[in-house]
Design a protein around this ligand. Structure first.
Ligand SMILES: [Zn+2]
Length: 341
């Protein structure tokens, strides 16, 4: 697609610009709301904090929105910020990077509609996209047309590493293509961002060990939690300022229940009295054989499952996969609230 004409078509209906870059140089388009996302650390938590601090919400992204990326912005943080924004939006947003307009929504839909090649007998454990690696099969992605062997590898490899260098448009395009090809019914899988030369991780990784690189699946989980929290706070802020309802009181009591008692009721244990086994062992490659849940300030966080510390109410809702009302009831029946401090 010709960049200039696409850019003009976009501008005529544009309502929101999300600027990934320094807030000091946010582009100012007349009549268009602008927000800046500016992570200051290359960690999943740093990226989620930056998206939260921008004040942007899922409903904000329902309008005609575009992501503009500062060509000088930190490449990994930029791709990770975009990944988080796509989770908030529930779709891929088009990107303007320097002179380039990247129609990533269209690319995403084209690749999701592509027929699934049959799973070969031998599936590579790990592949790399964007640069060669001495020990890994590697591929380049620059659009929807992919060689059959690349399609098969991208869809079926256990892990995909994406090399993020100075070519930001290539990195954004590759991210969207990888995520589209690897999505399964109800389950997204994002790649691991690397610089390219890192040795591949052994498979499976011991529990408690994070993959080498910047794990966009952790960013995805954090963005999903942020979306949920924003939805809950919007619902709370639109309610009239009246004394808390019994429902709100039950949520507050459940969130204040003693976290260790809740973990015990969920059937998990702490071998050393410090770290707990995760109550979601199926999400772990080895069933969380080595305890990996940290408990602090009456909140728990599993390195694998939680992008941030969660209170008992959120933990139970997630573990049992039930709405907050059911989780609050479940807790109230088993654990009494911590004496108010
Ligand atoms: Zn876990």
């Amino acid at each position: 697609v010709n960049g200039a004409s696409a850019g003009e078509a976009v501008e005529s209906t544009l309502r929101l610009v999300v600027w990934i870059g320094s807030p000091d140089v946010t582009p100012n388009l007349p009549g268009v709301r602008g927000v800046a996302v500016h992570p200051t650390s290359t960690t999943p938590g740093g990226v989620i904090d930056a998206v939260r601090d921008s004040g942007i919400t899922g409903p904000d992204l329902k309008v005609r929105a575009i992501v503009m990326v500062d060509p000088d912005a930190h490449p990994m943080r930029s791709v990770a910020s975009y990944a988080a924004l796509t989770v908030l939006a529930g779709r891929r947003l088009d990107v303007v990077c320097g002179e380039r307009v990247l129609e990533l929504d269209r690319l995403d839909r084209a690749l999701r509609a592509a027929p699934t090649p049959p799973r070969p007998e031998e599936v590579p454990t790990c592949i790399q996209v964007g640069a060669e690696h001495p020990d890994l099969p590697s591929f380049q992605i620059d659009g929807p047309a992919l060689a059959p062997e690349a399609l098969v590898a991208l869809r079926h490899a256990r892990h995909v590493r994406l090399v993020v260098g100075d070519n930001l448009p290539a990195a954004f395009t590759s991210f969207v293509a990888i995520a589209a090809l690897r999505s399964r019914a109800g389950q997204e899988r994002f790649p691991l961002l690397v610089r390219g030369g890192e040795a591949p991780d052994p498979e499976p990784l011991p529990d408690g060990v994070l993959p080498r690189g910047f794990d966009l699946d952790t960013v995805r989980a954090g963005a999903f939690e942020l979306k949920r929290a924003l939805r809950a706070s919007t619902a709370a802020s639109t309610a009239p300022r009246v004394p808390p309802t019994p429902r709100q009181q039950s949520f507050a009591a459940a969130a204040d229940a003693d976290i260790e008692s809740v973990l015990a009721e969920l059937g998990t244990t702490s071998p050393d009295g410090v770290l707990w086994h995760c109550p979601r062992p199926l999400r772990h490659t080895n069933g969380d054989a080595n305890a990996s849940m940290k408990v602090e300030d009456n909140r728990a966080r599993c390195f694998r499952c939680d992008a941030e510390p969660v209170d008992p109410l959120r933990l139970v809702a997630d573990v049992l996969d039930v709405p907050a009302d059911d989780a609050a009831l479940w807790i109230a029946r088993r654990v009494s609230p911590v004496a108010s401090s």
